[in-house]
Design a protein around this ligand. Structure first.
Ligand SMILES: Nc1ncnc2c1ncn2[C@@H]1O[C@H](COP(=O)(O)OP(=O)(O)OP(=O)(O)O)[C@@H](O)[C@H]1O
Ligand SMILES: [Mg+2]
Length: 256
Protein backbone atom coordinates (compact mmCIF):
# COMPACT_ATOMS: atom_id res chain seq x y z
CA UNK A 1 0.00 0.00 0.00
CA UNK A 2 0.95 3.62 -0.22
CA UNK A 3 1.06 4.31 3.51
CA UNK A 4 4.41 4.54 5.17
CA UNK A 5 3.17 4.95 8.74
CA UNK A 6 2.30 1.81 10.66
CA UNK A 7 -1.38 1.11 10.08
CA UNK A 8 -3.72 1.58 13.02
CA UNK A 9 -5.71 -1.41 11.99
CA UNK A 10 -5.12 -4.23 9.55
CA UNK A 11 -7.49 -6.85 8.19
CA UNK A 12 -6.25 -9.94 6.40
CA UNK A 13 -8.24 -12.57 4.53
CA UNK A 14 -11.52 -11.49 6.01
CA UNK A 15 -14.42 -13.61 4.76
CA UNK A 16 -18.04 -13.77 5.75
CA UNK A 17 -20.93 -15.80 4.35
CA UNK A 18 -24.64 -15.61 5.10
CA UNK A 19 -25.91 -19.00 4.05
CA UNK A 20 -25.15 -19.25 0.35
CA UNK A 21 -24.32 -15.57 0.03
CA UNK A 22 -20.61 -14.87 0.22
CA UNK A 23 -20.74 -11.30 1.50
CA UNK A 24 -16.96 -10.87 1.86
CA UNK A 25 -14.19 -12.92 0.30
CA UNK A 26 -10.56 -12.69 1.43
CA UNK A 27 -10.54 -8.95 2.04
CA UNK A 28 -7.21 -7.37 2.98
CA UNK A 29 -7.37 -3.78 4.16
CA UNK A 30 -5.30 -1.41 6.27
CA UNK A 31 -6.51 1.71 8.01
CA UNK A 32 -3.83 4.39 8.28
CA UNK A 33 -3.74 6.98 11.04
CA UNK A 34 -5.57 10.19 10.22
CA UNK A 35 -7.03 9.20 6.89
CA UNK A 36 -10.50 9.36 5.41
CA UNK A 37 -11.19 6.17 3.50
CA UNK A 38 -14.15 6.27 1.15
CA UNK A 39 -15.55 2.74 1.09
CA UNK A 40 -17.54 2.30 -2.10
CA UNK A 41 -19.34 -0.42 -3.95
CA UNK A 42 -22.64 -1.39 -5.48
CA UNK A 43 -25.63 -2.50 -3.40
CA UNK A 44 -24.75 -5.78 -1.78
CA UNK A 45 -21.00 -5.39 -2.37
CA UNK A 46 -20.28 -6.09 1.29
CA UNK A 47 -19.62 -2.59 2.68
CA UNK A 48 -21.99 -2.74 5.63
CA UNK A 49 -20.90 -6.30 6.39
CA UNK A 50 -17.29 -5.12 6.64
CA UNK A 51 -18.30 -2.28 8.96
CA UNK A 52 -20.33 -4.62 11.12
CA UNK A 53 -17.44 -7.06 11.41
CA UNK A 54 -15.16 -4.21 12.49
CA UNK A 55 -17.70 -3.03 15.03
CA UNK A 56 -18.23 -6.51 16.44
CA UNK A 57 -21.84 -6.89 15.31
CA UNK A 58 -20.96 -9.76 12.96
CA UNK A 59 -18.20 -12.25 13.46
CA UNK A 60 -15.94 -12.92 10.47
CA UNK A 61 -15.88 -16.56 9.36
CA UNK A 62 -12.18 -16.14 8.69
CA UNK A 63 -9.62 -13.39 8.95
CA UNK A 64 -7.01 -11.77 11.14
CA UNK A 65 -6.89 -8.30 12.60
CA UNK A 66 -4.18 -6.19 14.16
CA UNK A 67 -4.31 -2.94 16.08
CA UNK A 68 -1.02 -0.97 16.16
CA UNK A 69 0.70 -4.07 14.89
CA UNK A 70 -0.56 -6.37 17.65
CA UNK A 71 -2.97 -9.23 16.91
CA UNK A 72 -6.51 -8.30 17.85
CA UNK A 73 -9.77 -10.21 18.16
CA UNK A 74 -13.17 -8.68 17.47
CA UNK A 75 -15.69 -11.01 19.06
CA UNK A 76 -18.23 -8.38 20.04
CA UNK A 77 -18.94 -4.64 20.32
CA UNK A 78 -16.91 -4.44 23.54
CA UNK A 79 -13.79 -5.66 21.71
CA UNK A 80 -14.32 -3.14 18.93
CA UNK A 81 -14.65 -0.35 21.46
CA UNK A 82 -11.49 -1.47 23.23
CA UNK A 83 -9.71 -1.29 19.88
CA UNK A 84 -10.81 2.33 19.47
CA UNK A 85 -13.46 1.58 16.86
CA UNK A 86 -16.56 3.78 17.03
CA UNK A 87 -19.49 3.24 14.68
CA UNK A 88 -22.40 5.34 13.51
CA UNK A 89 -25.08 3.27 11.81
CA UNK A 90 -27.41 4.65 9.22
CA UNK A 91 -30.48 4.76 11.46
CA UNK A 92 -28.45 6.72 14.07
CA UNK A 93 -30.58 5.30 16.89
CA UNK A 94 -31.10 8.67 18.55
CA UNK A 95 -34.00 9.32 20.88
CA UNK A 96 -35.96 12.18 19.35
CA UNK A 97 -37.60 13.38 22.52
CA UNK A 98 -34.41 13.55 24.54
CA UNK A 99 -31.90 16.38 24.71
CA UNK A 100 -28.65 16.35 22.74
CA UNK A 101 -26.64 15.83 25.95
CA UNK A 102 -28.78 12.89 26.97
CA UNK A 103 -28.43 11.28 23.56
CA UNK A 104 -24.66 11.55 23.70
CA UNK A 105 -24.58 9.62 26.99
CA UNK A 106 -27.54 7.35 26.34
CA UNK A 107 -27.20 4.20 28.40
CA UNK A 108 -24.16 5.59 30.23
CA UNK A 109 -25.77 8.59 31.92
CA UNK A 110 -23.67 10.04 34.72
CA UNK A 111 -25.41 9.60 38.07
CA UNK A 112 -25.10 11.16 41.50
CA UNK A 113 -26.57 9.31 44.43
CA UNK A 114 -28.24 7.04 41.92
CA UNK A 115 -29.96 9.97 40.24
CA UNK A 116 -29.33 11.03 36.70
CA UNK A 117 -27.20 14.14 36.87
CA UNK A 118 -28.46 16.35 34.10
CA UNK A 119 -26.03 19.15 34.87
CA UNK A 120 -23.01 16.89 34.71
CA UNK A 121 -24.29 15.35 31.51
CA UNK A 122 -24.72 18.77 29.96
CA UNK A 123 -21.30 19.93 31.09
CA UNK A 124 -19.63 16.75 29.84
CA UNK A 125 -21.48 16.98 26.54
CA UNK A 126 -20.42 20.60 26.08
CA UNK A 127 -16.79 19.72 26.77
CA UNK A 128 -16.90 16.79 24.39
CA UNK A 129 -18.43 18.86 21.59
CA UNK A 130 -15.90 21.61 22.16
CA UNK A 131 -13.02 19.14 22.05
CA UNK A 132 -14.37 17.62 18.85
CA UNK A 133 -14.89 21.09 17.41
CA UNK A 134 -18.56 20.33 16.79
CA UNK A 135 -21.00 23.22 16.75
CA UNK A 136 -24.55 22.62 17.91
CA UNK A 137 -27.05 25.26 19.03
CA UNK A 138 -27.34 23.82 22.54
CA UNK A 139 -26.92 20.49 24.28
CA UNK A 140 -30.25 21.12 26.03
CA UNK A 141 -32.51 21.00 22.99
CA UNK A 142 -34.27 17.83 21.99
CA UNK A 143 -32.84 15.97 19.02
CA UNK A 144 -36.17 16.25 17.18
CA UNK A 145 -35.58 19.94 16.49
CA UNK A 146 -32.20 19.37 14.87
CA UNK A 147 -31.42 19.17 11.16
CA UNK A 148 -30.20 15.94 9.58
CA UNK A 149 -26.62 17.18 9.56
CA UNK A 150 -26.83 18.15 13.23
CA UNK A 151 -28.23 14.74 14.09
CA UNK A 152 -25.26 13.14 12.41
CA UNK A 153 -23.04 15.36 14.53
CA UNK A 154 -24.80 14.13 17.69
CA UNK A 155 -24.45 10.51 16.59
CA UNK A 156 -20.77 11.01 15.78
CA UNK A 157 -20.17 12.67 19.16
CA UNK A 158 -21.87 9.80 20.89
CA UNK A 159 -19.76 7.28 18.99
CA UNK A 160 -16.58 9.15 19.90
CA UNK A 161 -17.56 9.87 23.51
CA UNK A 162 -15.77 6.73 24.58
CA UNK A 163 -12.49 7.85 23.10
CA UNK A 164 -12.25 5.89 19.86
CA UNK A 165 -9.88 6.98 17.11
CA UNK A 166 -11.34 4.96 14.24
CA UNK A 167 -14.74 6.20 13.16
CA UNK A 168 -16.97 4.08 10.94
CA UNK A 169 -19.76 5.93 9.14
CA UNK A 170 -22.27 3.92 7.14
CA UNK A 171 -23.90 6.27 4.63
CA UNK A 172 -24.08 9.31 6.91
CA UNK A 173 -25.37 11.52 4.12
CA UNK A 174 -27.87 9.16 2.48
CA UNK A 175 -30.91 11.07 3.72
CA UNK A 176 -29.44 14.57 3.62
CA UNK A 177 -29.74 17.54 1.31
CA UNK A 178 -26.82 19.29 -0.31
CA UNK A 179 -26.06 21.74 2.48
CA UNK A 180 -26.35 19.18 5.26
CA UNK A 181 -24.20 16.75 3.33
CA UNK A 182 -21.58 19.45 3.15
CA UNK A 183 -21.82 19.98 6.93
CA UNK A 184 -21.24 16.28 7.53
CA UNK A 185 -18.28 16.20 5.15
CA UNK A 186 -16.85 19.24 6.88
CA UNK A 187 -17.20 17.39 10.17
CA UNK A 188 -15.49 14.33 8.72
CA UNK A 189 -12.59 16.53 7.62
CA UNK A 190 -12.44 18.09 11.05
CA UNK A 191 -12.31 14.65 12.72
CA UNK A 192 -9.48 13.68 10.38
CA UNK A 193 -7.62 16.88 11.23
CA UNK A 194 -7.90 15.86 14.87
CA UNK A 195 -6.07 12.65 14.02
CA UNK A 196 -9.03 10.31 13.74
CA UNK A 197 -9.24 7.76 10.96
CA UNK A 198 -12.58 7.55 9.23
CA UNK A 199 -14.12 4.89 7.05
CA UNK A 200 -16.92 6.56 5.15
CA UNK A 201 -19.43 4.49 3.21
CA UNK A 202 -21.23 6.52 0.62
CA UNK A 203 -22.99 6.28 -2.71
CA UNK A 204 -22.25 9.92 -3.37
CA UNK A 205 -19.42 9.60 -5.87
CA UNK A 206 -19.10 13.23 -6.78
CA UNK A 207 -18.54 14.21 -3.15
CA UNK A 208 -16.37 11.34 -2.03
CA UNK A 209 -13.35 12.51 -3.99
CA UNK A 210 -13.53 15.83 -2.18
CA UNK A 211 -13.64 14.40 1.30
CA UNK A 212 -11.67 11.14 1.09
CA UNK A 213 -7.90 10.69 1.01
CA UNK A 214 -8.25 7.19 -0.26
CA UNK A 215 -10.85 5.23 -2.19
CA UNK A 216 -11.51 1.56 -1.59
CA UNK A 217 -13.96 -0.32 -3.79
CA UNK A 218 -15.59 -3.60 -2.92
CA UNK A 219 -17.26 -5.61 -5.63
CA UNK A 220 -19.21 -8.81 -4.99
CA UNK A 221 -17.51 -9.18 -1.66
CA UNK A 222 -14.00 -8.76 -3.01
CA UNK A 223 -11.52 -5.94 -2.63
CA UNK A 224 -11.58 -4.51 -6.14
CA UNK A 225 -9.55 -1.31 -5.93
CA UNK A 226 -7.60 0.70 -3.39
CA UNK A 227 -6.21 4.00 -4.56
CA UNK A 228 -5.26 7.48 -3.43
CA UNK A 229 -8.12 9.83 -4.15
CA UNK A 230 -5.70 12.33 -5.67
CA UNK A 231 -4.63 9.78 -8.30
CA UNK A 232 -8.04 8.88 -9.71
CA UNK A 233 -11.22 10.37 -11.12
CA UNK A 234 -14.91 9.63 -10.86
CA UNK A 235 -14.98 7.61 -14.08
CA UNK A 236 -12.42 5.19 -12.72
CA UNK A 237 -14.46 4.82 -9.57
CA UNK A 238 -17.59 4.08 -11.58
CA UNK A 239 -15.63 1.57 -13.65
CA UNK A 240 -14.46 -0.25 -10.54
CA UNK A 241 -17.88 -0.23 -8.93
CA UNK A 242 -19.60 -1.61 -12.02
CA UNK A 243 -16.80 -3.99 -12.91
CA UNK A 244 -16.21 -2.29 -16.27
CA UNK A 245 -12.65 -1.81 -15.06
CA UNK A 246 -10.81 -4.92 -13.90
CA UNK A 247 -9.87 -5.38 -10.29
CA UNK A 248 -6.63 -3.73 -9.31
CA UNK A 249 -5.80 -6.91 -7.46
CA UNK A 250 -6.21 -9.40 -10.29
CA UNK A 251 -6.97 -12.86 -9.03
CA UNK A 252 -6.45 -11.60 -5.53
CA UNK A 253 -3.20 -10.09 -4.40
CA UNK A 254 -1.43 -9.25 -7.67
CA UNK A 255 -1.43 -5.47 -7.48
CA UNK A 256 -1.71 -3.69 -10.83
N1 LIG B 1 -27.81 -10.41 8.10
C1 LIG B 1 -27.77 -10.88 6.85
N2 LIG B 1 -28.36 -12.04 6.51
C2 LIG B 1 -28.29 -12.51 5.25
N3 LIG B 1 -27.67 -11.90 4.25
C3 LIG B 1 -27.05 -10.74 4.53
C4 LIG B 1 -27.07 -10.17 5.83
N4 LIG B 1 -26.37 -9.01 5.80
C5 LIG B 1 -25.94 -8.86 4.54
N5 LIG B 1 -26.34 -9.91 3.76
C6 LIG B 1 -26.03 -10.08 2.34
O1 LIG B 1 -24.66 -9.90 2.17
C7 LIG B 1 -24.38 -9.17 0.97
C8 LIG B 1 -23.62 -7.91 1.33
O2 LIG B 1 -24.51 -7.04 2.01
P1 LIG B 1 -24.08 -5.64 2.61
O3 LIG B 1 -25.20 -5.15 3.42
O4 LIG B 1 -22.76 -5.78 3.27
O5 LIG B 1 -23.91 -4.78 1.28
P2 LIG B 1 -23.65 -3.22 1.12
O6 LIG B 1 -22.42 -3.08 0.28
O7 LIG B 1 -23.66 -2.55 2.42
O8 LIG B 1 -24.91 -2.78 0.22
P3 LIG B 1 -25.81 -1.43 0.26
O9 LIG B 1 -25.06 -0.43 -0.56
O10 LIG B 1 -27.05 -1.85 -0.40
O11 LIG B 1 -25.98 -1.02 1.68
C9 LIG B 1 -25.73 -8.93 0.31
O12 LIG B 1 -25.93 -9.93 -0.64
C10 LIG B 1 -26.69 -9.04 1.46
O13 LIG B 1 -27.96 -9.47 1.01
MG1 LIG C 1 -24.89 -1.16 3.32
Amino acid sequence: MTETKQPLLTMRNVSKAFGHVQALIDVDLDVAPGEVMGLLGDNGAGKSTLIKILSGVYHADEGEFTRDGAPAAIAGPGDAQALGIATVYQDLALVETRAVAHNIYLGREPRRWGMLSRRKMEKDAETLLKNLNINLPSVKVDVEVLSGGQRQAVAISRALAQGGDILLLDEPTAALGVEQTEQVHHLVGSMRDQGKSIILITHDLSDVLKVADRIVVLRQGRLWADARAADIDINQIIGWITGALPSRFGAKEAQA
